[in-house]
Design a protein. Sequence first.
Length: 304
Amino acid sequence: MQVFLRQAILGILVVLSALTLTFILVRLSGDPTSIILPQDATEAQRALLREQLGLNQSLVTQFLSYLGNAVTGDFGKSYFDSESVTSIVMRHLPNTLVLAGASLAIACLFALPLGVMAAVWRDGPVDRFVQVTAVIGASMPSFWVGLLLIQVFAVGLNLFPTYGTGSAAHLALPALTLAIYAFPSLARLTRSSMLEVLPQSYVMAARAKGMPESRVISRTVLRNGMVPVLTLLALEIGNLIGGAVLTETVFAWEGIGRLAITSIQRRDFPVVQGVVAYVAVGFVIVTFLAEVAIRFVNPRLRHK
């Protein structure tokens, strides 16, 4: 219980820090009235709009009002269409979750088995393949990978659409882009975690009892070695959502990453703050669930 209480407190601090930092940064980006109003608008018109948006109040007053409303789930309305931030985010969030989930599934499908095989057959062909591909994957920026995939599979082979949202064909290239982004860290940590568990005495004891090697790997080694991998998976979800900002922009995928970029360019403060708030809360929830999963996988940690 102490661990979960500590996680809850840390989660609240993370969300509060994210909200505070975002509030400060968006207001350092400039005056939104210069974009909302035409260039020939008078200073009186700008002042009136600032008053309507509440931007004429002191920063402290704006911040306290923002926090008070955010606690109740009210992040205000967009400066441009008067639609609530919550409805805007909820319209884009499912697309990002689908993209992140598909990317993580593809990455795990290849990274986890290859990482285990690389550890079991250390210094073999699979091990060398995993290490080489992990280095190559880690050295390539996600936006460059996305552009390369578009050039090869969309433009060259005409197998997938170049941009857009709506079908599995539209999902394939952006999901593969993010999967390549997540593969190196998952494969390398799985390999190193398995290598750390393989020499342990309880693994030798399982083999001495005559347990088949496949069962030793699947039940003993993998179960004990998955603890750090589960922790990394929780972090990778946050990294995938962060990486989705560039990927969604490259593929014109209508998710919250592209929404954030568009809102930053338009200085739509409420939408930017709402996106960050939802992402921060989601990251805290995923981290908490990962902590629960770790204790389920490894019974020795349940009473700590």
